[in-house]
Structure formats: structure tokens, C-alpha cells
Design a protein around this ligand. Structure first.
Ligand code: ZN
Length: 244
């Protein structure tokens, strides 16, 4: 039996990451795959990188991870994201930075494609419309792709002979992915942007070929307090409370 817990966009939110790891430990998942953005925005980058090093069988690099290791220029980021990235570089341990530098924004596990952002542009593209998803499926080598980056839990599917459709997915939704072409986004562990502040993740059942969208409550006030204590922009703390 092979079930995989899929996570993305942890964003240095240790409180959220620990809560999800506990939920995963209490599930029947045998592996954890991470689609990137371990750091950026949040206040505990070292803890989050260490948790990923200890628990993730697979880990991609996200655009924020690439920024802190100097592989992406900071002027492509918003002001808040850029300030947080500069702060992150200053506080992080060298061995954890070296781990981030070893990661790539795309990969493949068995027949499943893994991309931080999209199959066309694994670093930057936000796949939030069916039209864009259609173009991404055209360039995707695998039938099923896992994507992160948008911080919105969602699925897109293209059944044989049909146009791509898709929608945001709420906690508890289960989907049969045994046919059709798919893009699946687990949402964000550390900074959800779909109006539900709970940490978001995905359970992928590779035997049944099904997925379940999961949410886990965590100490949002603790994570917001850590951001304020680090003197990062207050908006980064506030948005956690609204899930935006
Ligand atoms: Zn992200």
C-alpha cells in the first residue's frame, strides 16, 4: 500500500508544519513529498528546513528558496517577500542554506510529475485558471502533475476529448484520478490564501489512484507572534489569521 502526503509552501511557519507532520504521522501515509517554498514570509526558516530534511522523501525548491540562495534576483519579488528573503538569508544556518541550494524546482516520482509552480514554468507560473491549466497539460509529460506556488488547494482535469475544467477544493473532498489528465495543488501549509486559515495538504493514494484534500488546525497566533517578534512586516502576520 502506498499513500503519499503532499505538501507545499511551508514558508517558515513551524507551527503549521509541525501540526501537519503530526497529522501525517497519525495517517497511513508512508511518504511525504514537498513541492517547495520551505522559507520566505515566516519567522522560523531553520526549523522548517530541518523538519523537511528529516521527514520529506522528496523536496523541490520554490521561488523563495531559490531567492535566498541567490539563484533568483530579489527585485522580482513583492516588497514584503523581498524583505523577508533578505532577513532569511541573514538568520539562516549555512548547512540549511546549502540544503536549499541542492534542491531543484521540478522532479518526477514514478509516473507523477512534480513542479513547484507549473509544468511550463516550474518556478514562477501561477496556475489559477482552466485556460492556463489547459496549456500546462499540453506541455506536461506525465498524466498527473502536482503543483504548488498559488497557495490555493485546487484541481484541474482534462478528460479524453474534453476541455480542461477545475476548481478550488475544500477540506474532505475526495477525487478519483484513475483516468484523465490532472494538475493537483495541495494548497499551502504555512500561508493559505483560499480563505481557510488552516494548514492545507493532500493525501495521494497511488494504489487506488485517488486524492483527498486535507486541512489541519494549528497555532496561528503562535506563528503570527513569531513573525512580529522577528520584526518582519506586520501584514505577513495578519494574513495568516484570514487565510489570505
Ligand atoms: Zn509559496
Amino acid at each position: 500500500m502506498m499513500k503519499v502526503a503532499v505538501i507545499s509552501d511551508i514558508h517558515a511557519n513551524r507551527h503549521a508544519f509541525e501540526a501537519v507532520l503530526e497529522a501525517v504521522a497519525n495517517s497511513d501515509a508512508s511518504e511525504l513529498w514537498c513541492l517547495g517554498d520551505l522559507v520566505g514570509y515566516g519567522a522560523e526558516p531553520d526549523s522548517c528546513v530541518e523538519l523537511a530534511r528529516n521527514h520529506a522523501a522528496v523536496c523541490l525548491a520554490g521561488n523563495h528558496d531559490l531567492a535566498v540562495v541567490g539563484e533568483l534576483p530579489l527585485d522580482e519579488f513583492s516588497r514584503g517577500a523581498s524583505l523577508a528573503a533578505q532577513w532569511t538569508v541573514e538568520v539562516m544556518r549555512q548547512d540549511n542554506l546549502a540544503f536549499l541550494a541542492s534542491l531543484r524546482p521540478e522532479g518526477q516520482e514514478g509516473t507523477i510529475g512534480l513542479y513547484h509552480a507549473s509544468p511550463r514554468d516550474p518556478v514562477w507560473e501561477y496556475v489559477l485558471s482552466a485556460l492556463l491549466a489547459e496549456l500546462c497539460l499540453d506541455s506536461q509529460a506525465q498524466r498527473i502533475g502536482l503543483i504548488g506556488h498559488s497557495h490555493v488547494a485546487l484541481s484541474f482535469v482534462r478528460e479524453e476529448g474534453a476541455l480542461t475544467t477545475g476548481e478550488p477544493r475544500r477540506a474532505g473532498t475526495q477525487l478519483d484520478i484513475s483516468s484523465g489528465e490532472w494538475l493537483l495543488n495541495p494548497g499551502s501549509v504555512g500561508q493559505p490564501r483560499d480563505g481557510d486559515p488552516r494548514a492545507s495538504w493532500l493525501m495521494l493514494d497511488l494504489d487506488e489512484m485517488s486524492v483527498s484534500f486535507m486541512r489541519t488546525e494549528y497555532d496561528v497566533a503562535g506563528a503570527a507572534g513569531a513573525i512580529r517578534a522577528a520584526r518582519l512586516p506586520d501584514s505577513l502576520a495578519e494574513r495568516l489569521e484570514y487565510g489570505q
